[in-house]
Design a protein around this ligand. Structure first.
Ligand code: SF4
Length: 103
């Protein structure tokens, strides 16, 4: 599973090996479609190409979380993170990386 910011940088990124479940697939598809719609309008989410969202440093990940609030992808990003049980990086304003684990 790719973070949305990384997806912008690598649009041909490989599909994940594990397909967690249909809800996760649907949520990631919705996020991907919303992201493509944004890119079609020459816009990009704040995390695009910015590795602070997937930084090894917890403080960095939490500091950037506020930049998610105005993001047009906030809802589908949060839904995708929940559906896929994202366990690394900041998604939709929440650092999903468990304490003590680096992404
Ligand atoms: S809500 Fe945050 S993590 Fe999700 S796409 Fe937007 S900026 Fe990126």
């Amino acid at each position: 599973m790719s973070h949305p910011g990384a997806t912008v940088m690598t649009p041909a990124s490989p599909r994940p090996r594990e397909r967690p479940n249909a809800d996760a697939d649907q949520a990631m598809r919705a996020l991907g479609n919303a992201l493509l719609s944004m890119l079609d309008r020459d816009q990009a989410p704040p995390c695009a190409g910015d590795d602070r969202w997937t930084s090894d440093d917890h403080t960095t990940r939490t500091d950037v979380a506020k930049h998610c609030q105005p993001c047009p992808l906030l809802d589908p990003c949060g839904t995708a993170a929940t559906a896929t049980k994202a366990r690394f990086g900041t998604w939709a304003g929440i650092d999903r990386t468990p304490r003590g684990r680096t992404p």
